[in-house]
Design a protein around this ligand. Structure first.
Ligand code: FES
Length: 164
């Protein structure tokens, strides 16, 4: 009795199927991967904040009184676009001496406000006070008011804004 065995060789039809599946997969990857990359890549990008912001003319600020300059900045993280507001207190101490403070409290990031009567920056959240030089008078803040790095170009004050 002769036993019938199956041939280890592929039929032409099976071979064609394997080759067509392989070529189809490669073509699908060639078309699909760039599309997936195009869709996903914005989510992987984060925008670093590193900019010089103009606060206007140095001469436009009064001497001896901290003056608030408010501005907003937008940044893009992936598909998310956020707009943040900032405040900088510009203090011209003399004709040539300048300091620029952030209006964000160093305790828990509430916004401080210059109070002319108290002659101090007041934080409404936990009743902190800073003097005109940004030093702590009392309250829970762990450090004095933060300062912006600044430069003066062609009579305009520019502050350096950094962060994520
Ligand atoms: S946030 Fe300013 S004192 Fe707490």
């Amino acid at each position: 009795m002769v036993k019938k065995t199956t041939s280890p060789n592929l039929s032409r039809r099976d071979f064609t199927k394997i080759v067509m599946t392989f070529l189809g997969s490669i073509m699908g990857a060639m078309v699909g991967l760039p599309i997936i990359g195009f869709i996903v890549s914005p989510a992987l990008k984060t925008q670093e904040l590193d900019d010089w912001i103009s606060l206007g003319a140095f001469d436009g600020y009064p001497i001896g009184t901290p003056t608030l300059f408010s501005f907003t900045r937008s940044k893009v993280n992936g598909w998310e676009r956020t707009t943040s507001s900032y405040g900088a207190y510009v203090l011209r101490k003399t004709e040539s001496e300048l300091k620029v403070y952030s209006n964000v409290c160093t305790h828990l990031s509430c916004r401080v406000k210059w109070d002319e009567d108290a002659h101090a920056f007041l934080c409404p959240c936990h009743d902190a006070r800073f003097d005109i030089n940004g030093a702590i008078l009392y309250g829970p803040p762990p450090r004095p008011m933060d300062r912006y790095e600044f430069k003066i170009e062609e009579g305009n004050i520019l502050i350096h804004l950094t962060g994520e």
